[in-house]
Structure formats: structure tokens, C-alpha cells
Design a protein around this ligand. Sequence first.
Ligand code: 2RA
Length: 330
Amino acid sequence: MKVAVVGATGLVGTVMLKVLEERNFPITELIPVASERSIGKKITFKNTDYSIVGLADAIASQPDVALFSAGGSTSLEWAPKFAEAGITVIDNSSAWRMDPDKKLVVPEINAKSLTVDDKIIANPNCSTIQLVMALSPLHDQYKINRVVVSTYQSITGTGVKAVQQLENEYSGTKGEMAYPYPIHKNAIPHCDVFQENGYTKEEMKLVNETQKILDDRTIAVTATAIRIPVVGGHSESVNLEFENEFNESEIRKLLSETGGVTVQDNPDTNTYPMPIYAEGKNDVFVGRIRRDHSRENALNMWIVSDNLRKGAATNAVQIAEYLVEEKLIG
Ligand code: 2RA
């Protein structure tokens, strides 16, 4: 399998390469792609050095699949060109997610909808992926009517500049600011840009992508997305209202039996998910599961996951693995 990684030197692209290697994805040739300034630089993958190439050269190399994490404008311009050349694109930007003709895929939930005709496949937003991984089995069993989610997001979601700003603030070094405010000792209620309706794009991604992936526009979703000085992963406080009755042990059992989800939930032993321990792992961790006694059929829980892994790179690689298994590529 010839695989292109577009954005190979970025935070997510670097993790994509790590995950491809860890999961022993059947690669015969890697085509690392990055911006003009990186062309010709070498990267090592599975003990082999590869030269970084530009987008046009990547198409000419005719990879079977291209994992994109290079921003929305690059995806909008180049994903169609790769697709026209017969290359299947799995895109981690927001460019194609809400396109009615493109599939928005979390393999454990809706990979089965993929066909050989899907040449541009959208990888959902990191905070959405971990949310729907926990919601999907519960929605199937109890029908979710409403979701209220507050996220506590790692600064790695903003990018290298924000990680550097936090490190500078720790060390008292002056440097470029990704945010107009300090990140250290702070919580910034602002992920991505504000929209006319007073919500940020990040918050509306949680609303719109959740409904699309669960294929149910009747689910009411409202979100507040907060950036905090953490690097290991995103955390989410979630309140759910179900159509039907449930019991908490059934909920825990259902989640425990869901592939890709790990329940960490025992107040007696102070057991609950935390980003510092989720970092570097591919699962979605769920805890603090407890009935919301203020509403009928309502539940609270806490969801944590490494946003660079299941929230981005691992989910994209798992889509590629599905395509290989089903002989939709290669
Ligand atoms: C964020 N969800 O965390 C986005 C990913 N870039 O900012």
C-alpha cells in the first residue's frame, strides 16, 4: 500500500506516522508531503528515510490513500485533485465534514456506510469523536434527546504555537502568542472563531457533527468549548437526557463492552479519566457516570481522550484500515 501523509511535519501528521507504524499498517511506500519550505527534508519511517515532497509530486506518485492534516484551504484545493487521480483521501480538516455528499466517519459507529465511490472521507473534529464514541451505544439503546457538553481542551488542538506559548509562560520566556491572553493559570472560553450566533466554530462542530455521525437531527446539542493549559488530551463534561429509562450499571456495562471505550469509574478509589493518563493512548475514557437527579432519564459523565490520537490520527488510520479490510483501496 502506497500511503501519502499530507501535513507530515505537523502535530497531527507526526502522530499519524507514529500510529501507522505502531499499528503496522501495510505500507510498501510512504509519501510524506509538507509545505514548500520542507520539501527535500528527510523523515524516518520504519527505519527508512523518505524525502518530503510537494502536493503535485505526491499525486504523481499515485498513492492508494492520502491522509490529510494540512488545514482546510489545502484540503479544499487539493483533496479533489487527489480524488480525481483515483486516490482516496481521508481528511482531518473541517473542509468536507458537513458536505452532504461526503461521509463523516468514526469507524466504530458508521464505517459500514463507506463504499468504493467515497474518494474524499472526512475525519470528524477531535472533540466530536470522543463525544460520539460514548454517545453512540447509549443512543442506540435509550435514544438521546438532548446533549449538554462543556469541553476542557488541550492546547495541542490549537497547534505548535500555543504549545510554545505555554512553555514560554512556564519558563518566563517572551515569545509569539497564539492567544491574546496567557494560557498558563488560565481557562479561555474560546476555541476557534466566534460566529454570528455567539457560539464558536468548535462549539458548532460539536452540534452539527454529532447529529451527522449519529444520523439523527432530532438530537438537541448545546456546547461550550474551553481551552485549558493541558497537553495530554481533551476532557468533556456531558449531560444527557434520554427518551427512555436506564439504569447506571447497564450504562456502565454498555460502555465497557464498546470497542475503543474504556470505563474508569470508581469514586471509592478516586478512579476517573484524566488527560495526563490518557495521553499517548488510543481509547476514549469514560467516568464520573451518575444519574442527573434534577431531570427524568438524565445522566452525567466525564469523557477524556488524546485529541491527537483517537481525536485525529488514530481515527484517520482506522478509517484507512477499514478501507483495506473491505478492499475499498489497494
Ligand atoms: C481544537 N478541535 O482543539 C480543534 C482541533 N484543531 O482546537
